[in-house]
Structure formats: structure tokens, C-alpha cells
Design a binder for this molecule. Structure first.
Ligand code: GCO
Length: 448
């Protein structure tokens, strides 16, 4: 094995999302989003956690960029908070909120870190939810207007744009009680998807109109493919339905302008003439989030379920799946990472060998996909630091940095020290892969 060096110019980054890190939820004119409402509703989020303060990134972004510099990051993926810029989702601009993002982007550029901006990471302005949210077709138009505004505003500064992050995460909020807005009605599935993709297509059209020069736009889709344990007809049916509803619905929509037949059969939803042309407007790159896969199984009572499976090859397979739609599409791995039961030890470190092994194995699959011809241009580790993990609140830690929430101190975990070496080297070295927790040697817990 030895070394696996990535192509010259490959971007090395981390990813975050506005609601998960910014805090300052009611400062400088920001309007509420559905995640504020949801997290403030008792019983919704683990331990009653909210994003009110989160990592206080709104006030600490300059220190956070210094930490990025130490890691050697060449890119950073963040999301705009829609309601910080348009407190009502439309209409009047909140200049102070806008100014925050200008300062952030300027500071990144000054640090030589390529900003990669996501327009929507699940935090719909509450004012739009009050008018039906993603069940209201008009929300797609409001999104396109918001996107067009930001394109004009950040033209020449931001070169990488994504319309939506994991549209699945939004759908979950309509079909289950676990995510905002918590509507919990399975029948809504396809109407929400359709309006989300309409928003995506309309935003891509605005991007073209804005003549953005060498800037590129894409969409971020997550892939946790379902595979069957026993391959019974029931398992196969279950897996096929979930794959269509969670992945192929999006990919078929944006690449082919159709939906899989099972989605028409299982859901009722409205599609107007011309919609599928808008949805399949060509875009420039695919953002791919991949954390693993799900295995569909049959329990002792004959019930079908699925369980998460840590399976590095899922990364290779996800890339191959995307390439089956468009072999030459440039791809960015916009998220990959794992939560671990991190402990800050007395020596002031967080020894997360298991996470390093995870990241190593998935990155090795990214490398293999590149060797097999995939045009993968960057990798974003989830996440820059521990943060508000949606319904799980602060109980799950994914960061390269441990966040001590009471003091907001950031501490590089061992995996950050490892990632810094990967970036400096431009790839992996087999000698750097630690054993699983409790087995192999411990990774050197210092920055270079
Ligand atoms: C996403 C996300 C992130 C999560 C991460 C860990 O974009 O998919 O869900 O916001 O924090 O995936 O679960």
C-alpha cells in the first residue's frame, strides 16, 4: 500500500452548517428558523438542547479560521442562514446578517481558504414555514430569489456553491417527528421532495443568469445505500422503496428529469408542466455526503428493519452510483465522518483512534475511486468542531476539535493531528492507520 497521494490541486476541507455552529440566534436582526422553533419546543431535541449559542461561531469565526489555518485546510464548507439574511425569508435584507458572511468570506480568502457555500442546510425561515413551508410551492420561488441575491452579492468571491444540502434531511422533518418542523406525515414525502428540487433547479437558473464567471454550482446529496442481508423478496422490496425514496428520487430528478416509478405509485403529489425541465437544469458538480450504508434485515418475528453499517466501500459505491448517471461529473465529497464517545483526558487530549481509522478507510476508498477514473476534486471532513447535532443535540461529537461548551474552548483531537499530516502530505500513508480502539498503537497526538 504505502502512500496514496491525491491529485495536485485536490481540496482538503471540513464542513459545517449555520444552525449547528453559529449561535447568536436572536442577534443583529436574525429571524427565527424552523430549527429555532423546533429546538425551543419541549421534548423535541435530546436534553432540551438548542442552537441558541452552539459553538458561538458568529462571534468566534476569526479564531475558528486561525484553527483552520493550523490544520492546513485549503477549503471550508459552510452554510448561509437564510433567516439571518432575510428574517422573513423574503423582502427586506438584514444588512448586519449579510455583513457577517462578508466578513467570514473575506477572512477565509485572506487565509487562502477556498469558501464552499451551501445555500440551504435545513433551516427554513419560520416565516415561510408559517405559510406552508416546503409544502407550499411558493417557497421554491422565495429560495430562488434568496439565492439570486447571494449570487450577486458574493460574485467573484465564492467559487463553489451548493443549492441544497441533503434534501433528505428536510424531508425527514415532514415525514417524522424527529426533525424540524416535525410534521410527521409520511404521505407528504414526494411533495416536499418535488418542491425542494424545484427550488434547486430555479436557483441553478438564477446562477446562470447572474453570469458567475468561473464559479460553479451543484447540489449535495447524501448516499446511505440500502443493501439486503438475506435477499428475501420482502427485504428487496423494502430496500428498493427506501433507495428510491431517499436517493434515486433526487438523482433521477436532477439528472434525468423523471422520478422512479415507485414514487408515483406510492405517493400522491402535484407536478406542473415544465417542472421536470427546471429540476433537470444542468449543474456543474455533484456534492456527495457519505457516512456508510444500511443493511436491511428480517428479525425473528419476520419484521423488516435496517441498521447502520460502517462499510468504507460505501464511499466507492456511492461515487460509482453518481457516475452511472454522468460518468464525468466533477464530484466533491462534501461530508464524511463519524461520531465517537470522545473523552477529554487528563493529559488534555482526545484520543480518537477509532475515528482516525474510520477516516483513513473512507479516504482510501475515495483514492481508489479516483484511480478508477472518478473526477473527485475535494474532500470535506464532517466536522470542523463538535456542534449541535440536530435531534441529538450536543450528545454526539463529530469534530476534529473537541468543544468544551461551557468555555467554548476548542481542542484539537488526535484525528485533527492526523488530518493535518494527511493534508501536508497530500494523501494517506498506510503507516498512519491506527488499529481499532484499544488495539493498535496510539496516534501521535500533536500537530506538526
Ligand atoms: C448533513 C448533516 C450534518 C450532520 C452530519 C452528522 O449535512 O448531512 O446531517 O448536518 O451533522 O451528517 O450526522
Amino acid at each position: 500500500m504505502g502512500q496514496m497521494l491525491f491529485p495536485k490541486g485536490f481540496l482538503w476541507g471540513t464542513a459545517t452548517a449555520a444552525y449547528q455552529i453559529e449561535g447568536a440566534y436572536n442577534e443583529d436582526g436574525r429571524g427565527p428558523s424552523i430549527w429555532d422553533t423546533f429546538s425551543h419546543t419541549p421534548g423535541r431535541v435530546h436534553d432540551g438542547d438548542t442552537g441558541d449559542t452552539a459553538c458561538d461561531h458568529y462571534h468566534r469565526f476569526r479564531e475558528d479560521i486561525k484553527q483552520m489555518k493550523k490544520l492546513g485546510l485549503t477549503t471550508y464548507r459552510f452554510s448561509f442562514s437564510w433567516s439571518r439574511i432575510f428574517p422573513n425569508g423574503e423582502g427586506e435584507v438584514n444588512q448586519k446578517g449579510l455583513s457577517f458572511y462578508h466578513q467570514l468570506v473575506d477572512a477565509l480568502l485572506e487565509a487562502g481558504i477556498e469558501p464552499n457555500a451551501t445555500l440551504y442546510h435545513w433551516d427554513l425561515p419560520q416565516a415561510l414555514e408559517d405559510q406552508g413551508g416546503w409544502l407550499n410551492r411558493r417557497t421554491a420561488d422565495c429560495f430562488a430569489a434568496y439565492a439570486a441575491f447571494l449570487f450577486r452579492e458574493f460574485k467573484g468571491k465564492i467559487k463553489l456553491w451548493s443549492t441544497l444540502n441533503e434534501p433528505n434531511g428536510t424531508v425527514v422533518g415532514y415525514v417524522s417527528p424527529s426533525f424540524a418542523p416535525g410534521k410527521n406525515d409520511g404521505a407528504l414525502h414526494m411533495q416536499v421532495i418535488h418542491h425542494l428540487l424545484l427550488a434547486h433547479g430555479k436557483a441553478v437558473q438564477e446562477f446562470r443568469k447572474a453570469e458567475m464567471g468561473d464559479a460553479k454550482i451543484g447540489i449535495v446529496i447524501d448516499m446511505w445505500m440500502r443493501v439486503c442481508e438475506n435477499n428475501t423478496p420482502e427485504e428487496q422490496q423494502f430496500a428498493a422503496n427506501e433507495n428510491d425514496a431517499f436517493y434515486f428520487g433526487y438523482l433521477d430528478g436532477v439528472y434525468k428529469g423523471i422520478y422512479p416509478q415507485s414514487l408515483y405509485d406510492r405517493f400522491s403529489f402535484t407536478v406542473l408542466p415544465g417542472d421536470m425541465d427546471i429540476i433537470s437544469t444542468p449543474f456543474d458538480f455533484q456534492g456527495l455526503n457519505c457516512y456508510g450504508r444500511y443493511v436491511v434485515f428480517t428479525d425473528q418475528n419476520g419484521n423488516i428493519g435496517s441498521r447502520f453499517d460502517r462499510y468504507p466501500r460505501a464511499m466507492y459505491d456511492a461515487v460509482a452510483k453518481v457516475r452511472s448517471y454522468k460518468p464525468d461529473i466533477p464530484i466533491y465529497i462534501t461530508e464524511n465522518g463519524t461520531a465517537c464517545p470522545d473523552v477529554l483526558t487528563e493529559d488534555g487530549h482526545v484520543h480518537d483512534n477509532d475515528r482516525i481509522a474510520y477516516l483513513y478507510d473512507y479516504l482510501a476508498e475515495v483514492y481508489r475511486a479516483i484511480q478508477d477514473g472518478a473526477d473527485i476534486r475535494g474532500y470535506y471532513c464532517w466536522s470542523l468542531m463538535d456542534n449541535f447535532e440536530w435531534g441529538a443535540g450536543y450528545s454526539m461529537r463529530f469534530g476534529l476539535q473537541y468543544v468544551d461548551y461551557p468555555t467554548q474552548r476548542r481542542i484539537f483531537k488526535d484525528n485533527a493531528c492526523w488530518y493535518q499530516r494527511v493534508i501536508a502530505r497530500g494523501g494517506l500513508d498506510a503507516a498512519d492507520r491506527p488499529g481499532e480502539a484499544g488495539q493498535g498503537t496510539r496516534y501521535a497526538a500533536t500537530l506538526i
